[in-house]
Every structure is written in C-alpha cells, then in structure tokens.
Write a protein that binds this ligand. Sequence first.
Ligand SMILES: [Zn+2]
Ligand SMILES: [Zn+2]
Length: 191
Amino acid sequence: MVWCFYSPSFLLDGSTITAALLLPFPVTFFPLLPANLSPFSNRSQKMPKVKTNRVKYPEGWELVEPTLNELQAKMREAENDPHDGKRKCEALWPIFKIAHQKSRYIFDLYYRRKEISAELYEFCLDQGYADRNLMAKWKKPGYERLCCLRCIQPRDHNFQTTCVCRVPKHLREEKVIECVHCGCKGCASGD
Ligand SMILES: [Zn+2]
Ligand SMILES: [Zn+2]
C-alpha cells in the first residue's frame, strides 16, 4: 500500500492534476472577468496615462490638417515668445488672435463654405481646435464678428459695460483703436 503512494505512476498523475488545476487558471478564468476586476488591471491603473495615437480621424481631415497644424505651430510660437518690451496685456494679443483664427477657419468651413461634414466639425471642436462658446456667439445677431469672449464680459470693464471694440465705428470718438484684452481693432457687426 505504502509503495503504491510512491509509485511513479501516482507522482505522474498527481503532478499532472496539479498542473491542470493551477496552470490554466489565470489564463482561462481571469480574462473572462471585467477589466476592473481582473488581477492584471491594478498595475495598469497606477501607470500614468500614455497618449496613444488611436484617434479616429473623420473623412476630410486631410483637407483641414495642414492649416490647423500651421495655426497650432503659430500658437506655440506665440506662447513661447519672450514678450520683450511689450506691455503685459499686449503679450497675450497674438494668442487671442490665433485662437480666433482657428475657430473662424473651422466655423467658415462648416457654416459658410459648407466644405466639411458635421462629423469633422464636431471632431475639431472636441479636439480643441476651436472654441465652442465663441462659435456659439457668432451665430447670434450682432456677434457675428466677435473677437473673444472676454470682450463681452461686463465684469471685465469699467462701468459694467462691454469692451470698446464692441462699439460700432460710427459711435466711437477714436476711429483707430486696439482693445486692451485682445488687441481687437473693432468687432461690431456693421464695422
Ligand atoms: Zn473685439
Ligand atoms: Zn475688446
């Protein structure tokens, strides 16, 4: 009987059973669990998010990409500019101007020239190429040419009014202006 326990055939059977129970377990069972319950998910959750290139670009993207890339490059240049000799407010003007250009480019392509799909339009907004709030203003009468959102914030101006650049040219005393917020030279609808 004792010999039987140490028989080579028992050892072989025993190890085969053990291996059959243990080895397939992590391989076959864990992947069936939802990702957040899987014992393998802990490690990846603690790792910093890695930017992947898995963005799905809608049809027509290749048409807008060169211009958007060019404007993005200009934006980086403006952000890194040392602003030597400029007034503090003036240093931000190029940044506002380029942000405006990007939004205007996408807005015109979709609403005026009708050259891009709604899907591509939404994609550009989602990816941060354009300012959704500014574009919403452009659809309202009197705001078609609005330069930036700050210029219509009453709290940012003296006497709770809007910016000087919002005053139509024929109602302004000075004909040539540059507003303090974004350097706008006038963006009232009739100008
Ligand atoms: Zn303005
Ligand atoms: Zn202004």
